[in-house]
Write a protein that binds this ligand. Structure first.
Ligand code: SAM
Ligand code: SF4
Length: 328
């Protein structure tokens, strides 16, 4: 039994949001006053998340990304990671984090063989960082960056390219990869911010970001990426690290998508851009057994939309919910 959609795409990757809460208020992700967080009992419990992941792993999911909200805001998150690490069907456990709360956990993450950490950093300048995140956590996040870089964990930096805010730092970010073995990934900004489309000076999409970089360097090498990679990847010759551009909004990567998402409240999403297909938390709480769950996952994945544009067109409401509720 496996998860196969009608376009022949095999689903092997789960993105699981462990919470909708966050200690930051990034301006591209949520409004200054935050979003309405749900009651604790509406969140999936760790036990439920463990079970969902186990059942999905029996259907071929071998990679899980834990995200949120900020995953480390949820109490006992590291214990949850430990229990997931006992599932030997999972080849990779990855985490996306803002890094403000994790410096004390890095040894444990190494011990648990966490495969990679995506650290979100949108500016290398303290004041600008505070403006973007609306919190004063620059020093803590950069301490985490330093510790992660020295650790055995694979490190990727996530940079949301924001017109009028950090486009002047694109080259500074790439220069970090000169001496550091990191992957810097530039992400197109999407209207998942709790209010919808934002007024921007210029649209910085995949092509514009890449052209800007190509204009700066005489040569860039294109790297071979995994078929299901979310980014197109490159390297400046002789630099230790690499960089990538993620066409999250122009959606150039749907053809080989291998991902599904489950939000912190248990909403199953076949695509980042769909409005959610069914609530797996409610299904479990009504007494579904593992076979019921498997049947539901298999039939739902079969109807995965061909691409993010079709998923968006079929939504009842416009794209505007905060990324912190979806799980980025
Ligand atoms: N709090 C963690 C963090 O910031 O890394 C994990 C959750 S966050 C929602 C996951 C990723 O989504 C982050 O890299 C963040 O920068 C990105 N993100 C959030 N809102 C976005 C938006 N509107 N457009 C593009 N990326 C976004
Ligand atoms: Fe929080 Fe991550 Fe959203 Fe920033 S991007 S507000 S850190 S969930």
């Amino acid at each position: 039994m496996e998860l196969l959609d009608k376009f022949g795409r095999k689903i092997t990757y789960l993105r699981l949001a462990v919470t909708d809460r966050c200690n930051l208020r990034c301006q591209y992700c949520m409004p200054a006053q935050g979003i309405d967080i749900v009651d604790r009992k509406e969140l999936l419990s760790y036990k439920e998340m463990y079970r969902i992941t186990r059942v999905l792993s029996e259907l071929g999911v071998n990679k899980v990304r834990l995200t949120g909200g900020e995953p480390f805001v949820r109490k006992d998150f590291v214990n949850f990671l430990e229990s997931l690490s006992f599932n030997d069907k999972l080849e990779e456990i990855n985490i996306t984090t803002n890094g403000a709360l994790i410096s004390n956990h890095i040894n444990k993450l190494e011990e648990l063989n966490i495969h990679s950490i995506n650290l979100s950093i949108d500016s290398l300048q303290k004041e600008k960082f505070a403006k973007i995140t609306r919190r004063d956590v620059f020093d803590g996040v950069f301490n985490t960056f330093d510790l992660l870089e020295k650790s055995n964990l694979k490190l990727k930096l996530n940079v949301v390219v924001q017109s009028g805010f950090n486009t002047d730092e694109i080259i500074d970010f790439i220069e970090l990869s000169k001496e550091k073995e990191i992957e810097v990934r530039f992400i197109e900004e999407m209207p998942f911010n709790g209010s919808g489309k934002r007024n921007v000076e210029e649209v910085w999409n995949f092509n514009k970001i890449l052209d800007y970089i190509k204009n700066h360097y005489p040569t860039i090498e294109e790297l071979n990426s995994k078929k299901s990679s979310t980014s197109y990847n490159y390297k400046i010759p002789n630099y230790k690290g690499s960089f990538g551009v993620i066409p999250s909004y122009t959606r150039l990567i749907c053809k080989d998508c291998n991902r599904i998402r489950i939000t912190a409240t248990g909403l199953f999403k076949n695509c980042l851009f769909d409005g959610g297909v069914f609530n797996v938390r409610d299904f479990i709480r009504k007494g579904a057994n593992d076979d019921d769950l498997k049947e539901l996952f298999i039939s739902t994945v079969h109807h995965k939309p061909e691409n993010g544009f079709i998923a968006e067109a079929n939504r009842a409401t416009n794209v505007s919910e905060s990324m912190s509720t979806i799980g980025g």
